[in-house]
Design a protein around this ligand. Structure first.
Ligand code: NAI
Length: 486
């Protein structure tokens, strides 16, 4: 694998012909790595190893697990720049942003390391000196299935709580970004997890299905699209397995006229253009109160036009190429349709050809701001998963709340206002799992993250996620004689 190329990684997309099809991340036509796809046999082996490792790991105390996770976090911190470089080549996002991803990754490991030692049940006094107690126990072999937009971070956000609770995890990255998670496996091993406790299998839908349907898999945590999430749910239903679903979104960002305009403009860019707009919780429906629509739009366009696109490994770059050509064409298709439906392109929305001849075949586009949007337009209703912001105007709080909630998704939402009462009133009314007041797309690992409605269920990060990777055993202890009915 050559890691020193300076451009995007994508995949030569061949349909799998059997469990041994090979997939190759391609760097502007040059293959940087090939992986054999894991079939049923490899999945069985991974589960077998994970079960053996689980026996050892689950017997360790929380403090022992804490020490291993802290060591893994330390190694990630130490190798931050190297991992970020691999992630940039893996996904195409700028190195500047990839470093943020690596930071929220080791922070996640540190956070759950901190919780591992304090996981405990409770003691409940019963009549006559009898009592009960609860034990918080791991589930067993968990499966993580990831999307391609945050490959390393997703693997950490799933494995850290899983391992902290005493589980094993088999992780399957997206076949578009198979590389960086291997570094995580290497790091966990170096930090001292038993062999097989965190294992990576490579492949697409077929491999994912083998994992989900495996009888010895206790839980599946999935990040990806709604249609795949629905299939995962069906498969999990067959085995009565608990699942966590982190799915797509079409989130609203509401800008009231009393906001701090400079922050609101910065917030709108953060809400739309990180990772080339390929972010599930992006606030792509930007509702702006009429009084400031013109001023806000002018500032947004100015900043958007200033975003430096190009070689994602260069320090100054803030936007790299999209994940692959079919996705680029899909995003451009949304913009074409938006124009046909009456939206106006204020900037971008077209293919960008960098000056550097090495990058000329990259999947670059200019970030796009659309105005004159209506709620019924496709660009306002469907997840585009690209750098496309749709601006809509509104008059009143009641009106915007109703329009913001008029979607089948419910992942995130944001509000910019200086009115503290309005801010809390509006977020209380928003049907979204992750709400931001006066900021957008920050991800402190202490806060639970996850969706309402079709954006999924279960949570990642925060204390609550312990409940999604453990189960409660109740023990009832009789201190007297059995009072029998017979
Ligand atoms: N809520 C969240 O935290 C996030 C959600 N997403 C969502 O993910 C989507 C984009 O990611 P994609 O990788 O294109 O999604 P996808 O649903 O196509 O694939 C996601 C993963 O599922 C696997 N997969 C596909 N079919 C499967 C099947 N039948 N059984 C088991 N596994 C299967 C894929 O190989 C990949 O690893 C967007 O809709 C985005 O909103 C992305 C990142 C974060």
């Amino acid at each position: 694998m050559a890691l020193n190329h300076r451009a995007a990684v994508s995949l030569s997309r061949k349909e799998p012909r059997g469990p041994r099809w090979r997939f190759c991340p391609v760097l502007l036509g040059r293959v940087i790595a090939t992986f054999a796809c894991s079939g049923e046999k490899e999945v069985n082996l991974a589960v077998q190893d994970a079960k053996a490792a689980f026996k050892i790991w689950s017997q360790k105390s929380g403090m022992e697990r804490c020490r291993v996770l802290l060591e893994a976090a330390r190694i990630i911190r130490e190798r931050r720049d190297e991992i970020a470089t691999v992630e940039t080549i893996n996904n195409g996002k700028s190195i500047f942003e990839a470093r943020w991803d690596i930071d929220t990754s080791w922070q996640c490991l540190e956070y759950y390391a901190g919780l591992a030692g304090s996981m405990a049940g409770e003691h409940i006094q019963l009549p006559g000196g009898s009592f009960g107690y609860t034990r918080r126990e791991p589930l067993g072999v968990c499966v993580g299935i990831g999307a391609w937009n945050y490959p390393f971070q997703i693997a950490c956000w799933k494995s850290a709580p899983a391992l902290a609770c005493g589980n094993a995890m088999i992780f399957k990255p997206s076949p578009f970004t198979p590389v960086s998670v291997l570094l995580l496996a290497e790091i966990y091993t170096e930090a001292g997890v038993p062999p097989g406790l965190f294992n990576v299998v490579q492949g697409g839908a077929a491999t994912g299905q083998f994992l989900c349907l495996h009888r010895d898999v206790a839980k599946v945590s999935f990040t990806g699209s709604v249609p795949t999430g629905s299939k995962i749910m069906e498969m999990a239903a067959k085995g009565i397995k608990p699942i966590t679903l982190e799915l797509g979104g079409k989130s609203p960002l509401i800008i009231f006229s009393d906001c701090d305009l400079e922050n609101a403009v910065k917030g709108a860019l953060m809400a739309n253009f990180l990772t080339q707009g390929e972010v599930c919780c992006n606030g792509t429906r930007v509702f702006v109160q009429k009084e400031i629509l013109e001023k806000f739009t002018k500032e947004v366009v100015k900043l958007t036009q200033g975003i430096k696109i190009g070689d994602p490994l260069l320090e100054g770059t803030r936007m790299g190429p999209l994940i692959n050509r079919p996705h680029l064409e899909r995003v451009l298709g949304f913009i074409k349709l938006a124009k046909e439906q009456g939206a106006k392109v204020l900037c971008g929305g077209d293919v960008y050809v960098p000056e550097d001849p090495k990058l000329k075949d990259g999947y670059y586009m200019r970030p796009c701001v659309l105005t004159d949007c209506r709620d019924d337009m496709t660009c306002v209703r469907e997840e585009i998963f690209g750098p496309v912001m749709s601006i809509l105007s509104f008059d009143t709080e009641a009106e915007v709340l109703e329009r913001a909630n008029n979607t089948t998704f419910g992942l995130a939402a944001g509000v910019f206002t200086r009115d503290i009462q309005r801010a809390h009133r509006v977020v209380a009314g928003l049907q979204a799992g992750m709400c931001f007041i006066n900021n957008y797309n920050v991800s402190p690992v202490e806060l639970p993250f996850g969706g309402y409605k079709k954006s999924g269920f279960g949570r990642e990060n925060g204390r609550v996620t312990i409940e999604y990777y453990s189960q409660l055993k109740t023990v009832c202890v009789e201190m007297g004689d059995v009072e029998s009915a017979f």
